[in-house]
Design a protein. Structure first.
Length: 714
């Protein structure tokens, strides 16, 4: 067996990238380069801020001689629908037909740097910036047309990509004719205004997804569908636990499998075979011995360990005086809410194809962060930045889990070691093992109300689950929020990686807050909708609650009322959201059936109402999983969940009747739509279960066993 080592000493880093030759990359046509993110720090690190093109150009478009407009963006399409909504905005700003817009996404050789597709930022941040840039491009084209047609610019109009004289429409020139055989970089000293919403042709119209036909017919290509001549499949030796260290290995059994090549770089050991099944056969024939250093914790003891840990505490929010809050409260409520680790579980596992041609490696990867993967390969394998290209085809779901890109680095390393194109497709077991889970956490709340049902006290304590969504929302005079996190010198809390999971941490915080609100409303004998409205001053939240109540046909009632109706509200990604659900609880089995959900959303300008509706419905459906069944089981560093037989995600039979309301806010900036509705589902169902049965749920998911245990306490 040949051991091959990679020299990591020549890491060039990611700063100081040389300007690309745009002419070489794009050929003919007019190339407009612009900087939509100037002055904006999109949550990037200092290293990421240095990872830009000359003049920090962050988006650009090209108009070809046939009038086709191509927008190049580092964003990727993973089911959220920006492949449709971004062209809608660009078509309106340029005044071109929508079918003339072409998207090139997530290609590090062609697209400008982007920190990644996450946080519901594509539409609310990149979208307006792209609109402004397209408006500038239109103004530049109009100036060019003015010179060519010898007509003053203020006498010209643009329609369907054609610039014409208002007084003499036969005097005209198309964008394509202006672009013929020319290349241009140009800025305007005075930036034009973007199109007024009253003049939109495509934006705000409900359009079907551009990629829908490809995806439902199976024509869409994902990373795992790609093939290259001479390509081999890889399987990699994985440890049995996150606390395991490889001590010895015997690969002779794997070498006996026909066509198998064993590749080793230190403890990184893989088998390669042109036949995928033979690669899987070979990997299990490797005999490996490990030593173990396991944390003494499992999914049952974790929560007490978090609360009792030597933690670092920080007050993230405070107003008023807690002692005064206690004095002003007639009733005090203390609760503890628990949320486990949850997997991303995308249908497409982490996948990558890598090819090493001469001195350049190209990786096609299922990742939310193509430039992050590019930097990772540079860092890990010591290649110059310009010798690494990452291309992201369609991604089959990410939810934050594909911000990580380990599989892409693995494929690149194996392609370099073997000098062959290498496909790495994680098994479902690998997907669970290496997932950066939604972090488990504990929320402890002390709150108080006066005799009029007004909240006077809110003492909110977050243990290890993050502060996103921890805002009080309600009008409370005496508030403190404290976050407890890993103390640098203390024993490690999380035995494996954690990370963003669709609306990171907000699911946990909304579950705790909205459950506590319902607890107080029930104790006060006040309808839960009325209780919320009584304690709210936030007009957006009030309007969302009233809109969803109207859609649902809500009738006020004290809880528990035996109806099985729950309410929850909150905000995420600058979007306000409220929902009402109806459930049925089988008291003999503990089974919770969600019958219907109504949801309202204030998301500012809604670019594509059809796309936004799909996102809301998707959030609600996905949320049923984390609320009812999804939970990682583990012992130390051993992940017990290996497939969907022990980790149950929502099924078609679970999907309730869903009704959505998107508030009309065309005159407002767009906000995020990919995550908000999911934050409500835990609290929504917990409150509905309480209304149906009187049982209060304090730990997600609400499994049948937990529901039955809660019913015993009623």
């Amino acid at each position: 067996m040949k051991n091959t080592n990679i020299d990591n000493s020549k890491n060039t880093g990611s700063a100081g990238i040389k300007r690309r030759s745009f002419v070489k990359l794009f050929g003919g046509g007019i190339l407009f380069i612009f900087n939509p993110f100037a002055g904006l720090d999109l949550f990037s690190s200092p290293a990421e801020q240095g990872r830009t093109l000359t003049k920090d150009y962050n988006a650009f478009l090209r108009i070809a001689s046939d009038g086709t407009v191509t927008c190049y963006t580092g964003k990727i399409e993973m089911g959220q629908g920006i492949i449709t909504s971004l062209p809608q905005m660009m078509a309106d700003e340029l005044d071109v037909p929508l079918n003339k817009i072409k998207m090139v996404m997530g290609d590090t050789d062609l697209c400008p740097y982007d920190a990644g597709t996450w946080g519901s930022l594509s539409t609310q941040v990149f979208g307006p910036a792209m609109r402004a840039a397209a408006a500038e491009a239109k103004a530049v084209l109009t100036e060019m047309a003015s010179t060519r047609l010898k007509v003053p610019a203020d006498r010209l109009q643009v329609k369907d990509g054609v610039v014409s004289d208002i007084k003499n429409p036969s005097v005209r020139v198309s964008y394509g004719q202006l672009a013929q055989g020319r290349k241009l970089e140009k800025y305007l000293d005075v930036k034009p205004q973007v199109e007024d919403y009253t003049k939109f042709v495509y934006t705000t119209k409900p359009l079907k997804r551009h990629d829908a036909v490809e995806k439902v017919t199976g024509k869409a290509k994902y990373a795992g569908d790609l093939r290259l001549p001479g390509m081999v499949f890889a399987r990699i030796l994985r440890p049995p636990s996150h606390g395991a260290k490889l001590e010895s290995v015997d690969v002779s059994g794997a070498e006996q499998v026909k066509g198998t090549q064993v590749v080793r770089d230190g403890d990184f050991i893989a088998v390669l075979n042109e036949n995928q099944e033979r690669a899987s056969e070979a990997i299990v024939k490797i005999k490996a011995e490990y030593s173990f250093n396991e944390l003494k914790v499992n999914d049952k003891t974790l929560f007490d360990r978090m609360v009792g840990a030597d933690s670092r505490s920080s007050v993230v929010r405070t107003s008023g005086d807690l002692e005064a809050g206690f004095r002003e409260s007639d009733r005090i409520f203390e609760s503890e809410f628990r949320d486990p680790y949850v997997a991303h579980a995308p249908i497409e596992t982490h996948t990558a194809l890598a090819s090493y041609d001469g001195d350049k490696v190209t990786v096609w990867a299922a990742t939310q962060t193509p430039f992050g993967l590019q930097d990772g390969i540079v860092r890990e394998l010591g290649l110059p930045l310009e010798k690494v290209r990452v291309i992201t085809p369609y991604v089959g779901g990410g939810f934050g889990g594909k911000n990580a890109f380990q599989q892409g680095i693995e494929a690149a390393k194996l392609a370099i070691l073997s000098r062959k194109p290498v496909m790495v497709v994680w098994t479902r077991e690998e997907e669970f093992f290496y997932d950066n889970f939604h972090p488990a956490g504990v929320i402890r709340v002390r709150s108080g109300i006066d005799k009029n049902g007004l909240i006077k006290l809110w003492d909110y304590n977050i243990y290890y689950s993050g502060t996103r969504g921890s805002e009080t929302i309600y009008d409370v005079p005496h508030v403190r929020a404290t976050s407890y996190s890993q103390n640098m010198n203390a024993v490690q809390i999380h035995p494996f990686s954690t990370g963003p999971w669709r609306a990171p941490n907000n699911n946990t915080n909304t579950f705790a807050r909205e459950s506590q609100i319902d607890i107080m409303a029930s104790a006060a004998g006040i309808d839960p909708l009325e209780f919320r409205l009584r304690n709210l001053k936030d007009e957006k939240m009030i309007e969302c609650l009233k809109a969803v109540a109207d859609k649902f046909g809500y009738t006020p009632s004290k809880t528990p009322g035996g109806r099985g109706i729950g309410i929850a509200c909150g905000h995420d990604a600058n979007t306000w959201v409220a929902a009402i659900a109806e459930v049925r609880v089988d008291k003999s089995t503990g089974r919770v059936q969600v019958l219907r959900v109504a949801c309202s959303q204030d998301m500012g300008l809604c670019v594509n109402p059809q796309g936004a509706l799909l996102q809301m419905e998707g959030c609600i459906t996905m949320g049923l999983g984390y609320a009812l069944t999804e939970e990682i089981q583990f012992e130390g560093g051993v992940i017990k969940n290996k497939n969907f037989d022990t980790y149950e995600i929502p099924r078609f039979s679970w999907v309730p009747k869903i009704e959505c309301v998107i508030l009309d806010r065309k005159d407002k900036p767009p906000t995020g739509g990919g995550e908000p509705a999911i934050i409500l589902i835990g609290a929504l169902l917990a409150n509905a279960i309480h209304d149906a049965t009187g049982a209060r749920m304090y730990q997600m998911p609400f499994t049948r066993k937990r529901v039955l245990e809660a019913l015993k306490k009623v």
